[in-house]
Design a protein around this ligand. Structure first.
Ligand code: HEC
Length: 191
């Protein structure tokens, strides 16, 4: 009887140990499986792209034109000063906050510009190596139907570390820009 109990006990002990071992083993396998899966997952995930450094707007200019030099440039070559008097005196570049696909879907520029367009012109004054003038046209639906819903504003500064200040807007600008009403008031076309 005693041996029977002993046998039974050792038998149970063996079963219990095996169970423990088995479950430990199963657990280990599961862990490995999860690890493997994680590895493949991270392996297929693309390298996280670095967020682009936010570019601050030039001092005194509104935030919606920050980083404008990275926008689409309409002119291929800098626009030289107009001889005999230039409304935006200097060497100029004109940018728009739209893609080539937005404004020239078939390779040819379409008019009018879409709502939300911002056209910005920077000018380096003659013999100066900093931007001294910024002229902006913003297309806002309903704001001025008589002038194709463009809002005009111009800023200037006299030193590279100075803040831009507003010198003129809207009424002053319409006379000239209305000459190119057929191409939505924007003189510079996509080169
Ligand atoms: C005396 C005429 C004249 C006046 C006034 C004028 N502009 Fe212009 N503007 C032009 C011409 C011409 C261009 C074409 C680029 C160049 O030669 O500078 C131009 C270009 C621009 C551009 C770049 C887009 C484009 O049309 O080529 C902006 C933006 C602009 N002007 C804004 C203004 C604002 C804002 C005002 C008023 C504060 C203003 N302009 C007043 C003649 C004028």
């Amino acid at each position: 009887m005693k041996t029977y109990t002993q046998n039974l006990l050792s038998c149970l002990a063996i079963i219990l140990t095996s169970c423990l071992l088995l479950s430990a083993c199963a657990e280990k396998q599961l862990e490995e499986l999860i690890e493997q899966q994680e590895e493949t997952e991270t392996g297929t995930t693309e390298e996280p792209t670095k967020p682009e450094e936010p570019v601050a707007a030039l001092p005194g200019l509104p935030d919606d034109v920050a980083g404008y030099t990275q926008w689409l440039k309409l002119n291929a070559e800098p626009i030289p000063p107009v001889p005999g008097g230039d409304p935006h005196n200097g060497t100029k570049n004109v940018y728009v906050n739209k893609t080539l696909e937005d404004i020239a879907p078939n390779g040819e520029q379409q008019f009018p510009y879409p709502d939300g367009s911002i056209v910005i012109k920077e000018a380096y004054r003659p013999d100066k190596d900093f931007v001294g003038l910024i002229a902006i046209m913003r297309k806002k639906a309903g704001v001025d139907p008589d002038h194709n819903d463009w809002e005009f504003i111009e800023y200037v500064r006299n030193a590279s570390d100075a803040e831009f200040r507003v010198i003129a807007r809207d009424g002053v600008c319409w006379g000239c820009h209305a000459q190119v009403e057929d191409i939505d008031y924007v003189f510079t076309e996509l080169d």
